[in-house]
Write a protein that binds this ligand. Sequence first.
Ligand SMILES: N[C@@H](Cc1c[nH]cn1)C(=O)NCC(=O)O
Length: 452
Amino acid sequence: MVSSAEPSVTMRSWFVWFAGAGVYLLAVFNRSTLGVAGPDAMIKFGIGPGQLSVFVLLQVGVYAVMQIPAGLLVDRFGPRKVLLAAALTMGIGQLTFAFVPSYGLALLARGVLGCGDALTYVSVLRLLTSWFPGERYAMLASLSGFFGMVGNVLATVPLAMLLPVAGWGPSFATAAIICLVYALILVRPGTVTPPYLQLPLEQDPPTRTKNFDLRAMLRDVRDAATLTGGRLSFWVHFTTMSGSATFLLLWGFPYLTEALGYDRALASALLMLMVVVQLGLAVVFGWFMGSRPDLRMPLVIVTCLLNLLVWVTFTAWPDGRPPFPVVIAAITVMASGGPASAVAFMLARDYQPRQRLSTGTGYANAGGWTATALCSVAVGVVLDLAGARTGVAESYRWAFGTIALITALGLGRLLVWWLRSRRELLALQVSGGQGPVVVRRHRFDLPHSEHH
Ligand SMILES: N[C@@H](Cc1c[nH]cn1)C(=O)NCC(=O)O
């Protein structure tokens, strides 16, 4: 459990948060660029929609795989250096992407970009822990998503305007240069903007800088992943955000246009609606989770049940074409998944010891993105298999059934680890200790165990 003294909020705290969240804005901007450049990419590389979707799968896969290494790096080098590495890596990846001539090299460049992206969010969350007291964490972690949304919008509107005017190379090179220039802000302590650049290392020194050996790292990962609160954080992230992320990043647009027959403008507007509702809910949930941490798990469970209902509805709807009001309701419910996933980071913050906090945060973040990769691949495979035998709408019913199954699996594991974590908290309270939240024994609680 986090035991060090709580930092107080100063102007520097806000500056640090803005500087870090700026890198996150760039990360989401970069990861969203193919959303608008997709048609141009198909022409430039001579590829079809299937090969285009490989870019998204690669991005999500690299992101998920890189989460634990990202956390290990933050624990050893501190968030500033890792954010610097993130901005540089994204810049290099995007610059390469701007000029490579072939699909294979473009995939490689996107992989590099994904590595930079993966370093960002865990670092920003670490800055929050170092610079703000615990009660602000939930709201600020949720509000950091706002920067992501701005990045998303910047990739959608200005980039869509720039692409036809400036062309592929200059447009992506501009994105790269912005990252590389931004990296200057993070470059050398004390030279550019002293308050931010000097203080993160003083305020929250990385404790493992000298302990950069493989065995210590594996031990950190094992300890982060076997801790009850750590395992709970993984399954919370896994279950809350994966269905909606799969819909938003990859399969929502083709479903709305091909299966439901909506025109492209309406489909884009519905996805944009989801992003806007996400932002609103991030503020509401952030406030709620910060003021009632004891109710954060009930919030997660209700969110997961509602999301499961969405996927079951899509799967069970007789002709695979639910009416418009049902689709709107489903999209609104889906938008709750991302904001509720912030509970996973609160759990990591509350349960993981400070010296491996970011490893634990990366482990939690890997949960949702692993599930997103799983859902994305499962939907694609089932669409391929079912598409040969039945109509498009019917194929999506089967395909979205896999998301229902993965969500149900996640919810089952989440409930198991929630009950185990409650058992530990109850035992701690009985022995006079205090956990991050106060719990009261209920009939559904597991009996007290000698092992805990
Ligand atoms: N759970 C998301 C955050 C989120 C908030 N609203 C929608 N999504 C997450 O994992 N973020 C990490 C990232 O790098 O974007």
